[in-house]
Design a protein around this ligand. Structure first.
Ligand SMILES: N[C@@H](CCC(=O)N[C@@H](CS)C(=O)NCC(=O)O)C(=O)O
Length: 194
């Protein structure tokens, strides 16, 4: 055992990508055992290591954690990314859950038939445009954040790559997964049988 967290998921972004980003930002190394076939998934199920028969699953600190939010919350607590008190944590949860709602659509939209797919894209654009950091109304915080991201991008088009701990993760060849393509979609359908 390497002592590094071990991820079990298929070789796509999906629900695991947020966990990959979180650990990359925390500067924590992890390993991945990719699910390549439906048999791989069934093996995990019959081994009794998936509490709800679903992935993602992460082996860490002697546990086999499932449920994406439980996994994210565990790592956030462990690596001090979860605020300094209950109130900060509540704000962080509100913000994260809002983004998780959007991500739920993002990971599934390519699988919808034409027509529905475009509607999902519109819905995501609408949510991304009209949902704000604080409350349900545009505030100075939102404007400042967008302004600052634009300003920083002018200084350096790769500004996000300048976050030192994320830099490696954002470069080709890292554990970051690419956007879904047709081949990856076919593989997902085969693994999860839909
Ligand atoms: N609420 C769960 C949902 C997990 C989930 O739906 N996982 C999918 C793969 S992305 C899965 O395992 N599907 C197979 C199934 O539900 O039987 C989480 O966030 O972890």
């Amino acid at each position: 055992m390497s002592g590094k967290p071990l991820f079990h998921y298929d070789e796509v972004r999906g629900r695991m990508e947020s966990v990959r980003w979180l650990l990359a930002a925390a500067g924590v190394e992890y390993e991945e055992k990719f699910i390549q076939t439906n048999e791989d998934l069934e093996k995990l199920r019959s081994d009794g290591v998936l509490m709800f028969q679903q992935v993602p699953m992460v082996e860490v600190d002697g546990m086999k954690l499932v449920q994406t939010r439980a996994i994210l919350n565990y790592f956030s607590s462990k690596y001090n990314l979860y605020g300094k008190d209950m109130k900060e944590r509540a704000l962080i949860d509100m913000y994260s859950e809002g983004l998780a709602d959007l991500n739920d659509i993002f990971i599934i939209y390519p699988f919808f038939p034409p027509g529905v797919k475009e509607a999902k894209i519109s819905l995501m654009k609408e949510k991304a445009t009209n949902h704000y950091l604080v409350g349900n109304k545009l505030s100075k915080a939102d404007i400042h954040l967008v302004e600052m991201i634009y300003n920083m991008e002018e200084l350096d088009a790769n500004i996000i790559a300048n976050f030192p701990l994320l830099q490696k993760f954002l470069q080709p060849g890292s554990q970051r997964q690419p956007p879904l393509d047709e081949k990856a979609m076919e593989k997902i359908k085969m693994i999860f049988k839909f």
